[in-house]
Design a protein around this ligand. Structure first.
Ligand code: F0G
Length: 453
């Protein structure tokens, strides 16, 4: 059960099916165009959508808004330093700012960034620095149905080949947990081996630690030799392997805004700090208010509590079991921050060009006011100049991201009921076709419409 009770509540809108159908049409069948007052359960993202604790709100009142040298910065710095062991800690307004600053300093045009899987913004920031992002997920990740415990791992053989290859590798980034790879965790054994190979080539080894505590919890549950460790100890062991870390604190610090860039190398930190000051803010606030820095310091302590992590993992497992009972496949085994529905299998009457993942995301909204996002051919597919899909995504998935401390068990049971209802007649779900799409980041802006099956 959840190790907290609710003290502040917010009503959630419940629209009629007709109202939702009209809202979806007006949104151009793009869930990103829906407004909060049209959504019953919002599973679009677990980022910045968590509920604050009373202790975090109390800490916010202590926020010191001094321009330089604020007390709140030192509380933030001490919390991040004691968690990670890194010496140089720069606050940023969110994770992608840390990526931009770090890659700007590390990657020269033509070089590679190699990862288990880059998150979208991470990949975009590699490209903005003139580099190329290469994903090397472990082979086990390709089997969505297997219960292999660490499908977030990097392919160590491919990593060694990349490091010895003709194109220079500027950085290796391990994303824990692997959000782009089904929310699967990375084992400590894989992190240790990847760090050793990377270090042997003199290449910086960086963690994208947005969900460091959830990765630690899954290591404790699943990896031999780690079951008697605390989440703090496992997280620290992971950070100890790295030369630095970028983190979006909107996830595992349970705050609405924030991030950090943490480094060991003082020269690299000095170069990054100059860009931080030019683009985010002075080194003691980096785009955040003192109140944010205070809430982060508290959130980083709360997120590693075993009772909290056990309840969070339990929520995802409970939802996963209800969805599977309804005959709908998910990427197995369930992780913690999100479940990924196998829309390609559920809507097998649709071709990739009819965007089954997107069709399911639209249907979840119309059927139940649930908002979520496609991770399939709409997002990752490639079309030719006539708009014909020429390269579909490897899988047609829909991500149900679970905000932290926000929804109760009965909210999630409602989500499962809506999915079960759709699963009774999946063939009635219409495919979608593109009506308009900008060339860049099209899944945020595109408009589609249903096509008769
Ligand atoms: N890295 C990972 C693994 C992420 O999941 C995210 C954001 C970022 C970096 C970027 O952090 O948003 O603070 O700038 N993920 C969100 C999501 C948006 O919904 O998965 P940010």
């Amino acid at each position: 059960m959840e190790p907290y009770r609710i003290k502040v509540v917010e009503p959630i809108p419940v629209l009629t099916r007709d109202e939702r159908t009209a809202a979806m049409r007006a949104a151009g069948y793009n869930p990103f165009n829906l407004n909060a007052d049209q959504i019953t359960i919002d599973l679009l993202s677990d980022s910045g959508t968590g509920a604050l604790s009373a202790a975090q709100q109390a800490a916010a009142a202590l926020g010191d808004e001094t321009y330089a040298g604020a007390r709140s910065y030192y509380r933030f710095r001490d919390a991040v330093a004691s968690l990670t062991g890194f010496e140089h800690i720069l606050p940023v307004h969110q994770g992608r700012a840390a990526e931009r600053i770090l890659f700007g300093a590390l990657i020269a045009p033509g070089q590679l960034s190699v990862s288990n899987t880059h998150f979208d913004t991470t990949r975009a920031n590699v490209h903005l620095s003139g580099g190329t992002a290469v994903d090397l997920p472990c082979p086990e990740a390709a089997d969505l149905d297997s219960d292999t415990p660490f499908k977030g791992d990097i392919d160590l053989v491919a990593l060694a080949e990349a490091l010895e290859g003709p194109t220079e590798v500027a950085v290796v980034v391990m994303t824990i947990t692997n959000n782009g790879g089904g929310g699967q965790p990375v084992s400590m054994a894989n992190l240790e081996a990847a760090a050793a190979i990377t270090r042997a080539h003199g290449v910086p080894f960086i963690l994208d630690a947005a969900r460091f505590a959830e990765n630690a919890w899954l290591v404790i549950q699943r990896e031999p030799g780690w079951s008697d460790k605390t989440p703090t100890e496992v997280a620290r062991a992971a950070f100890d392997l790295a030369d630095g870390a970028v983190a979006s604190l909107k996830k595992d610090a349970i705050v609405h805004m924030g991030g950090f860039l943490a480094l060991r190398d003082p020269d690299l930190a000095t170069r990054c700090e100059a860009v931080l000051i030019a683009t985010e803010g002075f080194r003691t606030y980096g785009g955040l208010a003192g109140r944010d820095l205070e809430m982060i310091a508290v959130g980083l302590e709360e997120v590693v509590q075993p009772d909290y992590l056990r309840a969070r993992a339990g929520q995802a497992e409970h939802l996963a079991s209800l969805i599977e009972k309804a005959g709908v496949s998910i990427v197995r085994p369930p992780g913690m921050h999100a479940l990924y529905l196998n829309a390609g299998r559920l809507l097998s009457h649709l071709t990739p060009a009819q965007y089954p993942g997107h069709a399911l995301a639209c249907e979840l909204y119309v059927a139940g006011g649930i908002r979520c996002a496609e991770l399939g051919s709409l997002y990752l597919g490639v079309e030719d100049e006539t708009g014909t899909l020429v390269k579909p995504a490897p899988y047609e998935l829909v991500r149900l991201a679970i905000p932290r401390r926000t929804y109760t068990q009965s909210h999630l049971e409602y989500v499962a009921e809506v999915i079960a209802e759709i699963a009774t007649s999946p063939e009635s779900v219409p495919g979608q076709r593109l009506v308009s799409a900008p060339p860049l980041l099209r899944h945020f802006h595109c408009r589609t419409e249903p096509v008769a099956p």
